[in-house]
Design a protein around this ligand. Structure first.
Ligand SMILES: Nc1ncnc2c1ncn2[C@@H]1O[C@H](COP(=O)(O)OP(=O)(O)OP(=O)(O)O)[C@@H](O)[C@H]1O
Length: 221
């Protein structure tokens, strides 16, 4: 696998993955078996595109996304990333005892943002996702929906070129769901790209394109 995160956006695609294969090995001998989850999957994401990744439960959507962001090594395949990346995992990775504000501070340092950049982006995200009133609350006291907002906001904090979201709005109420799509619309308009794993049929018209994972391959719908 080769994964690069290089330089200016010279071509239209910000992400291109081809021939991606991954099998999980399960059980112990003599009952050991291979679960071939991805079998030569390919996906391309362009500037200013909001792409939906759909498929049945267990079809390998999260596995593919983890490979695309570099968290998981595939058995075979190439991933070419062109630009900065933000990733929102299906299960929020947060620190129970830290408040929302403290998460922004910590992630701001990790992303290499200046204090001013981080403060500006943080204030916008509180406003856009409407959760400023929880700024001082610890993560382990947040409701599921507010935790999902924090998870999304942390991925968006550095305003990345490519945003990868694994079922980001499972816990959102309707108002937040609408705000979410407004935000994605603005990213599209500014030439940023988004890949979203979704289960909602109702979302389909909101995507520019949809790729479906079936039998380990990604097929355009
Ligand atoms: N770490 C792992 N070890 C072994 N098997 C795994 C592991 N992670 C996922 N799997 C298996 O790989 C298959 C694909 O899982 P994955 O989570 O990628 O699917 P998904 O399409 O995202 O599912 P869902 O829609 O339920 O979120 C499933 O059969 C799952 O049990």
């Amino acid at each position: 696998m080769s994964a690069s995160s290089s330089g200016p956006l010279l071509s239209d695609h910000v992400l291109s993955a081809s021939q991606v294969s991954k099998a999980y090995r399960q059980g112990v001998w003599p009952f050991r078996r291979r679960n071939q989850v991805l079998d030569g999957a390919a996906v391309t994401l362009h500037r200013g595109e909001v792409l939906g990744l759909v498929g049945e439960n267990g079809s390998g959507k999260s596995t593919l996304m983890q490979i695309l962001v570099g968290l998981l090594t595939p058995d075979a395949g190439e991933v070419d990333l062109r630009g900065s990346l933000g990733y929102c995992p299906q299960r929020p990775v947060v620190f129970d005892r830290l408040t929302c504000d403290e998460h922004f501070e910590l992630f701001g340092v990790a992303y290499g943002l200046t204090r001013e950049e981080r403060r500006r982006s943080q204030a916008e995200l509180y406003e856009e996702l409407d959760f400023a009133r929880y700024a001082g609350m610890r993560a382990d006291r947040l409701s599921g929906g507010t935790l999902a907002k924090l998870n999304l906001a942390l991925a968006m904090l550095p305003d990345p070129d490519i945003l990868m979201l694994d079922e980001p709005y499972a816990g959102f109420d309707w108002d937040t769901y609408v705000r979410f799509w407004d935000l994605m619309g603005r990213r599209r308009a500014s030439g940023r790209a988004v890949l979203v794993i979704s289960h909602f049929i109702a979302d389909e018209e909101r995507f520019d394109r949809i790729v479906q994972l079936t039998a380990g391959k990604a097929v355009e719908k």
